[in-house]
Design a protein around this ligand. Structure first.
Ligand code: DGJ
Length: 764
């Protein structure tokens, strides 16, 4: 069942298909030691020696004199505090006297089939038989504080998830000043760290550096996971790359303040910690109360970063995302944001929708600006009442018109916010998060609602439901456009103000849960000023997240590469937008923009009525290609082949079906070079002994419109789906494609993208 307890050795062995994780109960005192995490071990004899407790003088119960040395070097499963381990602690709990020592010892354990949810928090899940859970109960004997360490071991993917629950059995009130969801002590080795940093419009860029002595951390204190740092950290053994070497990945299933830290100690030992950031956090626990941490996903790969990525993709598709749209073809939408910003009325929207419908677009998404006095971004958040000057007859009238042309409808909300210039704020100024007597930091002139208060979130949800019930709404974009600052709730007592950030995240999860429970068929897309809340926590509620406000095809190569490092392509909100790009001012070919959007959820974000005829004529071809390949892109296996962020010239990745009989290659030549030869780009995961027919999918065929009606659009890639007009042909063995590469001819010009289809040939 993936989890064993070896009674004689006092050893826990946790096995996924290709990895082993071991914990030992060490010494008479019952210290819990981390013994091993890595490649699967068939035979674990001698595992206890990995704790090094026999190495003098570090034996706690036989040599009390040097107990301090033991604390500072022992590989703790969950690190102690203030008792002599001078490395970073995992748990700091203060009592009424201000004392904060914690030293956890093993008390008991249970091994359970399946995996429970985490109350109020997003978490991975699994069908019976696909996951089992080990719970180890530890106690601090001096205070009676209990901590339950939970490990869920998946049978179908190389992932172990962890979380911690603290129970206050001390008999008195205590305060949690810090609580990590995981701690991992590893033997010293030379590692690099890999993280994703960013900024607004420049999210999730890979950053790799050598790990030195001391502490390295990434974090968010913005109340959301943030554009700036992804709640992810990987350790790569020296020399590891996309296809080779040992890699440990840690990803936090949480959407608020976090810290991911790695420390290299005096002896080169490594400690990894991940959890809620302690800076603005303090949680009071009355006697008998408990605190549940969010979950951390741990993955080990012995074959480079790519294998880590594929494990995470599998986990999120099969064990995290719940939305019924996960495995369904998403409607092709057109969003009016970059087309009109706030300057629209019903007629303008209908013009866009009618032109879109003619070309095959299936849904109109009405973005910001449809409510209250919202003529710009300085006002009206919180006043969720349709602006009937812009939309006479309300949403119902608009959706009735859309229904006539067969268009679905989606709507934008920013439920967590309140504008200072809003009726809601005039009525309830205390509903905003702000510190009395201090002018609050504003961004877009808006404040954050104190949704930790039940009456506030109830009010907002009622307003949303009233709008949702007024028309047929198939899709919601849930936006969040500023971070949390000036943390203070008008209702929390002084000593509990440190709970606000976490209470806020729990409240936001509760609101999203209420929305999807009430509208189970709803397609929900999360968003935060672009991709500021693209994290595994949000994926539990929505199957897709808007990647970035930057829709420039070339910038998107980098953003989407970083995003796809962790998330399946089907989660990445990606649209074709107009040129010059609204953020970069750059012009890129229409087909390059299409290929970049095709590897995500796909859609349009432009004024379709203002496109040139040449561009407009390409849209049915793009839509046809989306229908043909969306299932492969959504469900397929992703391999990164070349990175523009590293080579500064071209980008290439592939998506294989499960059997590697159908493969789609996305290639972009960012910069042209004079007098250059063709390139060979090595492919991955093919059947080496087989031959593949390679065809180029041509997105430029303006006259392809005529063919569209004659082609069967179904979710399989088959001969009759790709018009012969769209392709040129070539046959090469899997062996050559993997070991030498696919030959890509020099393309003429900068920013040129191509899509290649490989199909394994029937032999004989
Ligand atoms: C930020 C989002 O990322 C955009 O797509 C758009 O919805 C704006 N907010 C609207 O204010």
């Amino acid at each position: 069942m993936g989890i064993r307890y070896l009674e004689k050795e006092r050893l826990f062995v946790l096995d996924t298909p290709n990895t082993t994780y071991m914990i030992g109960i060490v010494s008479k005192e019952g210290f819990l030691g981390h013994l091993y995490y890595g490649k699967k071990l068939e035979n674990v004899t001698g595992a206890m020696s990995l704790s090094r407790v026999n190495e003098p003088p570090y034996t706690p119960d036989t040599n009390d004199r040097d107990r301090g040395s033991f604390m500072d070097t022992f590989p703790f499963e969950y690190a102690s505090t203030n008792v002599g381990d001078f490395r970073e602690s995992a748990l700091v709990v203060r009592d009424g006297n201000g004392h904060s020592a914690v030293n956890l010892k093993y008390e008991s354990h249970s091994i359970e089939e399946g995996k429970n949810g985490l109350k109020g928090l997003p978490a991975t899940f699994g069908e019976q038989g696909s996951v089992n859970t080990l719970k180890i109960l530890c106690t601090d004997p001096e205070t009676g504080l209990k901590a339950e360490l939970s490990y869920s071991v998946f049978e179908d993917v190389d992932v172990i998830t962890r979380n911690v629950k603290v129970v206050n059995e001390t008999g008195d009130r205590v305060w949690i000043d810090k609580i990590m969801s995981m701690c991992l002590d590893m033997e010293g080795k030379s590692y690099d760290t890999l993280t994703l940093h960013g900024s607004w419009a420049r999210e999730r860029q890979e950053d790799r550096k050598t790990l030195g002595f001391g502490r390295f951390s990434i974090a968010s204190l913005r109340g959301e996971s943030s554009h700036q740092e992804q709640p992810f950290l990987a350790l790569l053994e020296e020399g590891a790359n996309d296809v080779a070497g040992e890699v440990y990945g840690f990803h936090f299933v949480y959407s608020g303040d976090f810290i991911a830290q790695v420390q290299k100690s005096q002896f080169g030992q490594i400690r990894v910690l991940m959890g809620i950031h302690p800076e603005y956090f303090c949680w009071e626990l009355a006697p008998g109360e408990e605190f549940q941490t969010p979950e951390v996903v741990m993955v080990f790969s012995d074959a480079g970063v790519g294998k880590m990525t594929r494990n995470l993709h599998f986990l999120y598709r099969n064990h995290l995302i719940r939305n019924p749209w996960l495995h369904k073809e998403r409607p092709i939408l057109i969003n009016n944001w970059e087309a009109t910003y706030f300057d629209f009325d019903a007629e303008k929207l209908l013009q866009i929708a009618r032109e879109g419908a003619k070309l095959g677009i299936e849904m109109l998404v009405l973005d910001d600006g449809w409510f209250g006095n919202r003529y710009d971004d300085n006002r009206a958040l919180g006043d969720w009442i349709v602006n009937t000057k812009k939309l006479p007859g309300g949403l119902r009238k608009l959706t009735d018109e859309l229904a006539k042309i067969g268009m679905k409808f989606g709507l934008w909300f920013e439920p967590e916010m309140i504008s200072a210039d809003s009726d809601l704020y005039r009525q309830h100024p205390d509903w905003a998060i702000q510190i009395p007597g201090r002018i609050p930091g504003r961004s877009r002139n808006q404040l954050v609602l104190d949704i930790s208060r039940k009456e506030v979130r109830d009010y907002i949800m009622e307003q949303m439901f009233r709008v949702m019930d007024s028309a047929e709404i198939d899709y919601v974009k849930w936006d969040m456009n500023r971070p949390l600052t000036d943390l203070a709730s008008a209702v929390l007592p002084g000593e509990r103000q440190g709970e606000l950030s976490h209470r806020y995240v729990l409240a936001m999860y509760e609101m999203q849960e209420r929305l999807i429970q009430r509208y189970p068929a709803l397609l929900l897309e999360n968003c935060s000023g672009g991709g500021g809340r693209f994290d595994p926590g949000m994926l539990y509620y929505s199957p897709q997240i808007w990647c970035s406000d930057n829709t420039d095809a070339i910038e998107r190569l980098k953003i989407q590469e970083g995003t796809a490092l962790l998330y399946p392509l089907g989660c990445m909100g990606a649209h074709i937008s107009a040129c010059p790009n609204h953020i970069m001012g750059r012009n890129t070919p229409f087909e390059t923009r299409a290929i970049t959007a095709l590897c995500g959820t796909f859609g349009y974000e432009l004024d379709i009525t203002r496109l040139s005829d040449e561009e407009r004529h390409q849209i049915p071809t793009q839509i046809h290609i989306y229908h043909a390949f969306q299932e492969l892109i959504r469900e397929g296996i992703y391999y990164r082949n070349a990175s523009y962020t590293k080579n500064h010239q071209y980008d290439c990745f592939q998506v294989n079906n499960k059997e590697a009989t159908t493969v789609l290659i996305f290639f972009t030549q960012v910069l042209a070079e004079a007098n250059m030869h063709s390139r060979f780009v090595k492919l991955q995961g093919l059947n080496t002994g087989k031959r593949y027919r390679i065809r180029e999918v041509n997105l430029q065929k303006g006259d392809f419109m005529k063919d569209v009606e004659n082609i069967v659009l179904k979710n399989t890639v088959s001969e009759n789906m790709i018009s012969e007009k769209m392709i040129s042909e070539n046959i090469v063995s899997g062996d050559i494609l993997m070991n030498v590469g696919i030959q890509i001819m020099r393309l003429n010009g900068d920013f040129q993208a191509r899509l290649y289809l490989l199909e394994q040939m029937d032999e004989g």
